[in-house]
Write a protein that binds this ligand. Sequence first.
Ligand code: 6GU
Length: 241
Amino acid sequence: MEIKVLTLFPEMFKGPLDVSIIKNAQEKGLLTIEYINIRDFSNSKHKKVDDYPYGGGAGMVMTPQPIFDCYEKTLEKFKDSIKPRTIYCTPKGKVFNQQIALELSKEKHLVFICGHYEGVDQRVIDELVTDEISIGDYVLTGGELPVAVIIDAISRLIPGVLGQDESYQEESFYSGLLEYPHYTRPENFRGLTVPSVLLSGNHKEIANWRNQKAMEVTNKRRPDLIARMKNKKRDENNILL
Ligand code: 6GU
């Protein structure tokens, strides 16, 4: 997958996506992420990228010219001449979840436009953006952190990114339940022991115990997920729709 991130703050991405699994995915060539600084495309003398909102009000709005020019340059970088899914992160967007992550992980190209301050001029959204996405009901200072979150969630679903041992098919939200607890060595740590069923070698009993624990934690913390699981259909990947 080829990802382009249009942002005023490329330095915000240095780090989080350059370690561990997502770093390996980039090194294996399964994923490329390029950060493009919107400010470089400003036609104004002082590389201005924002202005006061028409109609008044607090904060600044990102002007359309640098974003449109940056976007058009970005499209030229893709080898295939397609109109890529173009995502704008905003608290007004559709709330991100595992289903959306799986859908986006199947795209060959993605563009993310990061807003900052009060956001971008509406004409950017109307003309360039295909998907507006929020990562939850709270407000952040800009779209950069949400974009990093979304890229992480998508990247690990690209075939080959997770090893066999890290399969996502057993974890929280895949089945519609929260995940069961995990234990590793030692068997006794400061008098705290591992549930004996996990040492039994009885795969059926272990699976039953894990199912039961998953139901317990989901019932307790996210009863909404249980209700959803009962009412809804699943897609071909067993993900709840
Ligand atoms: Cl996607 N952007 C901003 N600025 N704040 C958010 C968000 C996105 N999702 C939740 N809060």
